[in-house]
Design a protein around this ligand. Structure first.
Ligand SMILES: Cc1ncc(COP(=O)(O)O)c(C=O)c1O
Length: 374
């Protein structure tokens, strides 16, 4: 009964938002499909499906496995990545808590994509943006942040337990300023809420409630945890699977209960963890895959070659994991993952022949894909 009342209330709330939007558009003589600035270009489920990112069928892999392998095209968000959703919710959270007043400063520690989302929104909303970033991330993301007016500080890569970790530096810097907030994407659960309220419902609607499993690599864990939480409430049989890169602790954590890093390190950016973040705590995880870089990189090129999808390596990892899951679940299942961002953010790291050769990735990459290297 309580669930029915809640669901009725939610429908009423969404309808009222829809009616408000319809009336607003009529008053302004605007099409309902017009988005309100960069903030309106972040995937956001509303009743008649406006604002959501496309769900793309990965055709060859689907045909091969007999499953529907689908991916949310998160690079279609206004700032070009899945992290725009978190960025919008983190700013909204700071505004609602009174931590950020007009003209204030948003400070974040980020591998780049959350920073890019925040920087776009700060420009649109009139805030300053300060980013602390590990110094091993792609030059393209650093350049983009600077172009978007963010103040970027690159810091050496050290573990979270070290006071000089980029997150602690961001936190201390925000504390030293007046009218500033450290948005704290890893442990502020407004991040997960973005995916409970938007990505999860979008996937549920776009698959006509037929989704059987979701699989994502995790950085903060916001995407996996938020989507998983929402979908499990809809149907507890939906499988929620973590795809972990080399050198992260989550594979050993979910398999053996130990916070031990798996072997190696990864070319992927934005995913892999050394701890269980607040966003990840309590996530309804059914299984975990350890995905090798070799497979993530090969899938990144396969997506380009077979589907014309130009994406980064964390997307290659996601789609390889979805493919592996499809093969283990067997034909007839609907599996959803996400296309996190585009390959444009990784030209120098992922699409250059000499760089791939230096790092030992070239020898494992089938020759048919070499023509995409420059
Ligand atoms: C390219 C990319 N993919 C995936 C993720 C992971 O998303 P989440 O932080 O929601 O776990 C990130 C996070 O920064 C990212 O930058």
């Amino acid at each position: 009964m309580a669930e029915r009342i809640r669901s009725f209330g939610l429908k009423l709330f969404r309808s009222s938002k829809y009616l408000y939007k319809t009336q607003y558009c009529r008053r302004q003589n605007l099409s309902q499909d017009i988005r309100h600035g960069i903030v309106g270009m972040v995937g956001r489920y509303v009743i008649l499906y406006y604002f959501r990112t496309p769900l793309v069928r990965i055709s060859k892999l689907s045909n091969e496995t007999g499953c529907e392998i689908l991916a949310k095209a998160e690079f279609c968000n206004g700032g070009g990545s899945v992290k725009d959703r978190a960025a919008y919710y983190l700013i909204k959270d700071a505004q609602e808590k009174g931590q950020l007043r007009p003209g204030g400063t948003v400070v974040e520690g980020t591998a780049g994509n959350t920073g890019i989302g925040l920087a776009h929104m700060c420009l649109a909303l009139g805030y300053k943006c300060v980013i602390f970033m590990p110094n091993n991330q792609s030059q393209e993301k650093i350049d983009m942040l600077k172009t978007l007016g963010a103040d970027v500080t690159l810091v050496p890569v050290v573990p979270f337990t070290d006071p000089n970790n980029y997150n602690h530096q961001a936190s201390r810097y925000a504390e030293s300023l007046h009218n500033a907030v450290w948005t704290n994407q890893f442990d502020n659960t407004a991040n997960r809420l973005a995916h409970i309220e938007t990505t999860g419902p979008e996937i549920w609607q776009q698959t006509d409630n037929k989704v059987n499993a979701v699989v994502f690599g995790t950085g903060t864990g916001g995407t996996l945890s938020g989507v998983g939480t929402y979908l499990k409430e809809k149907n507890k049989n939906i499988q929620v699977v973590v795809a972990d890169p080399q050198g992260s602790v989550l594979y050993n954590w979910y398999k053996h209960g130990k916070l031990e890093r798996s072997e190696g390190s990864s070319i992927t950016e934005g995913i892999g963890q050394g701890r269980v973040t607040e966003n990840m705590k309590g996530a309804p995880v059914d299984d975990v895959f350890l995905i090798k870089d070799k497979d993530a990189v090969e899938m990144t090129f396969r997506l380009l070659h077979e589907e014309g999808l130009f994406v980064g390596a964390s997307t290659g990892l996601n789609v390889f994991a979805a493919y592996q899951l499809a093969r283990s679940m067997g034909p007839g299942h609907t599996i959803v993952t996400c296309l996190c961002d585009t390959g444009q953010r990784y030209y120098e790291k992922l699409f250059k022949k000499d760089v791939l050769q230096q790092k030992g990735y070239l020898e494992n990459l089938p020759k048919i894909y070499w023509k995409y290297l420059h």
